[in-house]
Design a protein. Structure first.
Length: 242
């Protein structure tokens, strides 16, 4: 069996990460994994997310065992293994050498829009909740290893999915597949067992939504967070695939 092309897509919260997973799931040559480090993250931090105990009990909580699998061939023998990762699942004490065995791609979003979305879910928001500081740490590790750096902005994808997906595939050195532009509505077999809590809107979708600027005013506290993380975003945005 030939070596699997292991694609790690690193995203912050309130992004189009699930839609991107569904896009790759539409390919016949791709196996998808939904947030494989989530069980470890919940177990190690004690954070109470919906169905946390279920996620922990049904998943692997040892990050070393997870990494061993993530850096092997795909579970079903597919040529491509798409791994949807959340940046905040990389926590203190975890080593990062293993990401050099993956083809890493970074999905970013304007933090103002992220914060406006997060504010509707929780009042406790800091810089780390945006995922940008963690993304910067992982990106710096990729740069240190002299591996290719691929950064894509959610806005660019939503404005022109066809063109951007072709460019992403070219950067990943895989053929573009027209099937990536659409999918059937409803749950997918790649969904994590937490999907019923988080994926209701994307389950209604059959493709990438049209981009719409998120409007609203930030609280003083959230405006302070925005000022803290915007330089990180601007740095990454300048390096993005266009």
């Amino acid at each position: 069996m030939s070596e699997t092309k292991r694609i790690a897509m690193w995203s912050g919260p309130r992004n189009i990460s699930t839609a991107m997973m569904y896009s790759f799931h539409s390919r016949s040559d791709t196996y998808c994994s939904d947030e494989p480090l989530y069980s470890h993250y919940l177990f190690a931090t004690g954070i109470q997310h919906p169905s946390a105990s279920e996620v922990i009990n049904e998943g692997e909580t040892d990050w070393r065992k997870i990494v061993e699998k993530l850096t092997s061939n795909s579970p079903d023998g597919s040529d491509i293994w798409y791994q949807k990762h959340m940046c905040h699942h990389i926590i203190e004490g975890m080593e990062l050498h293993w990401i050099e065995l993956l083809t890493n791609c970074f999905l970013i979003r304007n933090p103002r829009e992220v914060l406006l979305s997060l504010a509707k879910k929780t009042e406790v928001v800091d810089a780390w909740a945006t995922g940008l500081p963690q993304q910067a740490i992982i990106i710096d590790r990729v740069l240190e290893s002299n591996s290719p750096l691929i950064i894509v902005d959610a806005k660019d994808i939503l404005l022109d999915p066809n063109s951007m997906l072709q460019k992403i595939c070219a950067s990943l050195e895989i053929p573009f597949d027209q099937s990536m532009l659409s999918w059937k509505a409803g749950p997918k077999d790649c969904d994590g067992n937490w999907a019923h809590h988080w994926y209701d809107s994307v389950w209604k979708s059959t493709g990438f939504a049209e981009y719409q600027l998120r409007l609203g005013e930030l609280s003083d506290e959230h405006e302070s967070v925005l000022q803290e993380v915007m330089p990180i975003y601007e740095r990454l945005h300048a390096l993005r695939l266009v």
